[in-house]
Design a protein around this ligand. Structure first.
Ligand SMILES: O=C(O)C1=C[C@@H](OP(=O)(O)O)[C@@H](O)[C@H](O)C1
Ligand SMILES: C=C(OP(=O)(O)O)C(=O)O
Length: 456
């Protein structure tokens, strides 16, 4: 199987490789008036890819209503299909594509190759599934994916007795020699680099002979809400999972129930649209905002008021209202000091917001986002400073001192959230050209259309 490898421009934050072909890239539109927009967002990438894995491991067929259709979710579907899962597309109920019926394989079969693209959820959630398959499964992905840490998954599976061959790289590519079963039992891993190591093992653990008693041994554990999401999706499928103490999770062996699920809109992908209300002025409403959710994007309702926004919720419509203009005519956006260790995926868009603040901002607890789709700390500093900004990298975060920015090239580094961050900057700074707006297809293929509709 040919690996479709997306090779983003080599990351060189301090090189002079900022020249932009004159006609390349997407000119980010500027806002010409305060916004008064209502936006519907497609399904959550994190929820979709968890429910795809659980549906494939379930004790019968089940349906995902309003799932996300993007590169990350389609790579997950293809990876599960390669292992023997069958899928039937059905008329959609969510407005952004088909519903999906998932028919688990009678027996998962390896002897295949899985393209992870740049999807952290695919590269960390599927190897444990492949260990349950019969035969070898080789995992690979984009050039950028080969730079992302995989130690927690690789060493965890090897410690469980899974024959996994990575030539000592601790990264893609590697091969899982599945035997059709995993003993499971007690396991300790260091998940400091990514919560997805924990989530990936927990999602398959009920299918291990002895379940799993998993401990995290590292000093810090990022993105706790995503582990809560994993636990909640498991419990909704009647899996017996508990967290008897912080950093420890116990999954009992047993069936994973076939349950039809409706996928919530992706609240983290609502972030650029909600941030736009503060940068452009006016207000933006997101429809379908869940009353209860484990999505970390829900924290925007508490985080954006820290910048001076007003947030209102009317049934399932969340509206962000721009701050009162400052006395000097500024936007009234306040500087903040935030520990975002729980919400690393929100950082790029919030850093863009901070660049328009009336004072400096500090973001901490986010050293692990150096291992996201790109080194986001270096990329944000490089791109904002390239537009005249004043951003300083810290050991575990960034400091942003707002200054007037100029237009110019903005590199996305194949990172959807870097691309949307460039769009946010472009709202208020004419001439920002994002080199690869298509990287938003990772989780939001409709981004430019939704963005232009918001501005219309
Ligand atoms: O489990 C998930 O769906 C995710 C977990 C987080 O990963 P990290 O813990 O590596 O930040 C998050 O940043 C990512 O966008 C999605
Ligand atoms: C880090 C992210 O994605 P992933 O790790 O799932 O590729 C993200 O969506 O911000």
């Amino acid at each position: 199987m040919q690996i479709s490898r997306y090779s983003a421009p080599e990351f060189d934050p301090y090189g002079d490789n900022r020249q932009q072909e004159p006609d390349a890239g997407w000119l980010a539109p500027t806002a010409t008036a305060p916004l008064e927009s209502v936006v519907a967002i497609p399904g959550s990438k994190s929820l979709t890819n968890r429910e795809l894995v659980l549906a494939a491991l379930a004790d019968g067929p089940s349906t995902l209503h309003a799932p996300l259709w993007s590169r990350d979710s389609e790579l997950m579907v293809e990876g599960l299909r390669a292992l023997g899962t069958r899928f039937e597309r059905m008329p959609g109920t969510g407005g952004f594509g088909d519903d999906l019926r998932v028919i688990p394989a009678d027996e998962l079969l390896g002897s295949t190759t899985i393209d992870c693209g740049l999807a952290g959820t695919v590269m960390r959630f599927l190897p444990p599934v492949a260990a349950l398959a019969l035969g070898p499964t080789t995992f690979d992905g984009d050039e950028g994916a080969r730079r992302r840490p995989m130690g927690g998954s690789i060493h965890g599976l090897q410690a469980l007795g899974v024959d996994l061959d990575d030539d000592g790289r601790g990264a893609l590519p590697f091969t899982v020699h599945g035997t059709g079963r995993v003993e499971g039992g007690e396991l300790a891993i260091d998940a400091s680099a990514s919560s997805q190591f924990v989530s990936g093992l927990l999602l398959s653990a009920a299918r291990f002979e002895r379940g799993l008693d998993l401990r995290h041994t590292g000093e810090r554990l990022p993105s706790l809400p995503h582990i809560e999401m994993t636990i909640e999706t498991l419990r909704a499928r009647r899996v017996d999972v508990a967290s008897p103490e912080p950093g420890r999770w116990v999954v009992e062996p047993g069936a994973i129930a076939a349950v039809d699920v409706a996928i919530e809109p992706d609240l983290s992908n609502a972030a650029p649209f909600l941030v736009a209300a503060l940068v452009a002025g006016g207000q933006v409403t997101i429809t379908g905002w869940p009353a209860q959710t484990t999505q970390v994007g829900a924290q925007l309702a508490q985080l954006l008021p820290r910048f001076g926004a007003r947030v209102s919720l009317d049934d399932d419509r969340l509206t962000v209202h721009a701050p009162e203009p400052a006395a000097d005519g500024g936007r009234g956006i306040r500087g903040v000091d935030l520990d975002l260790s729980e919400a690393g995926e929100l950082v790029p868009n919030l850093v863009a917001l901070a660049a328009f603040g009336d004072g400096p901002s500090t973001f901490s607890g986010i050293g692990h986002i150096r291992h996201h789709e790109t080194d986001r700390l270096a990329a944000l500093a490089a791109e904002l400073n390239g537009l005249g900004g004043r951003v300083t990298e810290l050991d575990d975060g960034l400091r942003v001192e707002p200054v007037a920015l100029t237009g110019g090239p903005w590199r996305a580094y194949a990172d959807h959230r870097m691309a949307t961050t460039g769009a946010i900057i472009g709202l208020a700074v004419p001439g920002v050209v994002v080199d690869d707006i298509g990287s938003t297809s990772k989780t939001l293929p409709q981004f430019t259309k939704l963005w232009e509709q918001m501005l219309a």
